[in-house]
Every structure is written in structure tokens, then in C-alpha cells.
Design a protein around this ligand. Sequence first.
Ligand SMILES: NC(=O)c1ccc[n+]([C@@H]2O[C@H](COP(=O)([O-])OP(=O)(O)OC[C@H]3O[C@@H](n4cnc5c(N)ncnc54)[C@H](OP(=O)(O)O)[C@@H]3O)[C@@H](O)[C@H]2O)c1
Length: 291
Amino acid sequence: MRIQKILVTGANGQLGWALSQAAKVTPNFECIFLDRHAMDLSIPSELERIVELFAPSAIINAAAYTAVDKAETETKLAHTINAEAVAVFASIAKNKNIPFITYSTDYVFSGNATSPYTTDSPLAPINFYGQTKADGELMALAVNPDAIIIRTSWVFSSHGNNFVKTMIRLMKERDSLNIVGDQKGRPTYAKDLAFASIQVLNAINAGATIKGIYHYANAGETTWFDFAQKIKELAGLDCQLTAINSDQFPTPAKRPAYSVLDTQKIEKELNLYIPHWELALSDCILQLKNN
Ligand SMILES: NC(=O)c1ccc[n+]([C@@H]2O[C@H](COP(=O)([O-])OP(=O)(O)OC[C@H]3O[C@@H](n4cnc5c(N)ncnc54)[C@H](OP(=O)(O)O)[C@@H]3O)[C@@H](O)[C@H]2O)c1
């Protein structure tokens, strides 16, 4: 079936919003964006009925339980949204024979590696949020091996809550900030991830077989400290930044020391150019300045 109508969940999230912006310049698809009021993933038994109302020819699940620290205690809700609901979508997509894209995280890995994680690297979730996302991956693929799971990391956008916006706010409020300098990863611009997701559907329409696990993050790697330095420079702010170690910034959920994702598979299969994170960041900061 040719993909024309896409149902997108999580309309108000960073990625959901970026997809809605991308949809404006992608006239070949009709997109239906549903927020949590229209489609609540904490009630998986309701999802099929709502999907039926719209009869989509593809589903993109941009909704998720993303409160990483809260997930350590709100375990049931996090698991329902990130695993059970994802498996239900995968099953619906299988029955309807339509593509299903959902997203996972670098936190499905231990963070102990010293070279980039590939899509085949063994799962060893570092925290409960990572566990729910790993469960979602396995449960979705068990009911629908054609499900498309895109793992991503360090997502930022001019919309929603993220490190870039928090840093800009704090750098305006304070004279100095301590930032973790011993965790390394790949920042991901929601706008670029949205574009890549649309490319997946274009590729399927063109006859490509895209299924299983993929990694998407912007090119390059950095630490939170160096990321913050670049934010400060590009936003033209004046605040003293000091690099600290993770043990000086304890959080309820553990964070990985190294969670760089290897994105070669998606680049090759989609013939995709992935912009460097610094380029993506400058676009994001320009958007923020223009807002
Ligand atoms: N953010 C990151 O750094 C990061 C890193 C790795 C992977 N990911 C993954 O990337 C994907 C996109 O993340 P994001 O950054 O766009 O997340 P986000 O900005 O936190 O957006 C998540 C969206 O999910 C919605 N949501 C939460 N609970 C819901 C429920 N019960 N029913 C329906 N919708 C619900 C939220 O609704 P409200 O707007 O009403 O709260 C929000 O719009 C997710 O799968 C996430 O796990 C994100």
C-alpha cells in the first residue's frame, strides 16, 4: 500500500512538533497529529479504536514517557507508555500491513563502551527508562518484525523542554554554572530526526525495505560541558562554565559515560546526509532568536 496518510502521536513533543513543521513542506503526505488528549498511550486498550477512526497508511509514534529520573519510581506508567503501547501499535500496524515507526534511546546500552554503539550492540539498559524502551523494542519486534525502531540520543529543539533551552535560560539567570564533562554522546536536532523519519517513509514508497533497528543522531560527538560551551558561544551569552564529574551531579537515574550511536546503517540504507550537531545547534539557536 502506498503511504499517504500518516498518524503521528505525541504532537506536542519535540519530535512531534518537528514532524508537524516537516509536514508543512511535505505535501505528498497527509499527516494527522494527535496529542495525549486525543490519544493517551497510558490506555493501550483504546489505541486500536482511535487508529481505526483515521485509517492511516502509516503510524509514527513520537509520544513517549521521557521523564528519565521520574521513571525510576513511576515504573508502571513508564512501562505502559514505552513498552505496552508500542507493542500494541506494532500489532495494529502488522494487522493492517502498514509501516510503523517508533523511537528508542541510547539508554538501552550500559554506557561502558569505548567505541560507537551499533544497532547490533547488546542491550544492557542503564536505567529504568532505558529498560522500558528496550522492552518496547523487543515487544514490538516480537509481534511485528517489520516495525521500524529509530534509537536516538540527546534530543534538542527550539520547541519543548531540552538541554539547549535550559542552558540558555540558566546562563541568562546565573553568573556561573557547573556542567557534567565526563559523559560523551551525540546531540540530535529534532528537526533533522523528523526529516530522516519522513525519508524512511519516502524510501518505503519508492520500494525500499526498511525494517528493524536504526540509529539516528547528528554527526560528531561531544560532552555536555562542550555542548554547553557551544550553546554559550552561539547564543552570545556571558556565564562562567566549569566542567564537573558525574559523581558531583547525582541523579535518581544513572546516566551513561559513553553513549555515542553509530549511524552508518541509516546513512547507507537511506543514502542520508546527517548534518554535524554544531550546524544543527546554530539553526536551533537562530530559530530561538527569531521566536
Ligand atoms: N529527548 C531526548 O533527549 C531523547 C533521547 C533519546 C530518545 N528519545 C526518544 O525520542 C522520542 C521523541 O522524544 P521527544 O524528545 O520528542 O520527547 P518529548 O519532547 O518529551 O515528547 C514526548 C511527547 O509524548 C507525550 N506523551 C507523554 N505521555 C503520553 C501519553 N500517556 N499519551 C500520549 N502522549 C504522551 C508528551 O505529551 P505532553 O506534551 O502532553 O507532555 C509529549 O508530547 C521518544 O521516543 C523518546 O523516548 C528522546
